[in-house]
Design a protein around this ligand. Structure first.
Ligand SMILES: CC(=O)OC[C@H](N)C(=O)O
Length: 301
């Protein structure tokens, strides 16, 4: 049997989809010549950063102390090239999305300067990530070695992407930081917004389903378990009914706080130093330092 000719139907659909009144904000006008953000390049950027930050665990195997300088040099060079391009793409995307008419493509020189600023921070990033590895190891009796933590624990993937993304976020680079944390979200189920501030020795055991909002402030030596939400309670609207952006609305967790699985902590509240939040509870008010908050027992049982 011959397939009927559907050309006119397809043409009509193409006509409708190409009508500028039908876009409803879903059309991005990309300027000719601007570089595009690329998931593939960003994936490689994360891969290279992991290889540089955790040599021998990621990237080239068979590293030796006498060849490490060479390998890190090669990786840094590729990282600089790709990152410059992606930072430029992010800057272009920011300008294009803002709707500000401009004839100037954000220049490669600006992007290169930002890439260098990021790359200069890698030694400090490695130091803080080492504290996260320690926190995961000493916080979990099931872990047998630092190597097991680095190779297997989802927190290491999530916190590495977050710490990379946070540095780029602090450099005011649009879009790219969020793509990087969302890569880790897909890989691990741990959703950390690049705008959150997280201290050293941070860990999440298991990790699946953790959400850390954009304006969270987390101190040092904080430990979360799977399913924890550090979220916003509500957000004020402007005169047009749109959410006002950028308002601090997520919790502050001071040093040495532990939050057990599936606890939901909402709003700009403070969980005081050393407090413990039990599992499966809903917290919307400040918790004093050292307090232990657990689910209330059902008085009927
Ligand atoms: C984590 C969270 O509360 O998210 C809600 C919303 N995305 C916000 O940032 O307010």
């Amino acid at each position: 049997m011959n397939t009927p000719d559907y050309t006119h139907v397809l043409t009509q659909v193409v006509d409708k989809l190409s009508d500028s009144n039908s876009f409803g904000g879903l059309f991005h006008q990309h300027k000719d010549g601007d570089p595009l953000p690329s998931g593939k390049s960003l994936y490689r950027i994360v891969e290279l950063s992991r290889a540089i930050l955790f040599p021998g665990y990621f990237g080239t195997p068979n590293l030796h102390t006498h060849t490490i300088h060479y390998h890190i040099g090669v990786d840094i060079e590729e990282l600089f090239t790709l990152l410059t391009e992606q930072i430029q793409a992010g800057l272009c995307f920011g300008v294009e999305s803002s709707g500000m008419a401009t004839s100037d493509t954000p220049c490669r020189e600006t992007a290169a300067k930002l890439a260098i600023q990021f790359i200069s921070r890698l030694p400090e990033l490695r130091q803080i990530l080492a504290t996260d590895v320690e926190a995961a190891y000493y916080g979990d009796p099931a872990a047998n070695s630092f190597g097991e933590i680095i190779c297997c624990y989802p927190i290491i993937r999530a916190i590495t992407n977050y710490r990379i993304a946070h540095e780029l976020y602090l450099l005011n680079i649009p879009l790219i930081p969020r793509i990087i944390t969302e890569m880790a979200h897909s890989e691990t189920g741990i959703d950390i917004h690049p705008g959150a501030c997280i201290g050293h020795h941070f860990t999440i055991d298991h990790g699946t389903g953790v959400v850390i909002g954009a304006t969270c402030i987390i101190g040092n030596h904080v430990k979360l378990y799977q399913g924890v939400t550090l979220g916003a309670k509500s957000f004020p609207l402007d005169e047009n009914g749109n959410p006002i952006k950028g308002i601090p609305r997520h919790p502050i967790l001071e040093d040495d706080v532990i939050v057990y699985s599936n606890a939901t902590i909402l709003g700009r509240i403070t969980i005081g130093k050393g407090a413990t939040i039990g599992g499966n509870i809903w917290v919307t008010e400040d918790v004093p330092a050292g307090a232990r908050i657990v689910q209330r027992k059902n008085s009927q049982t």
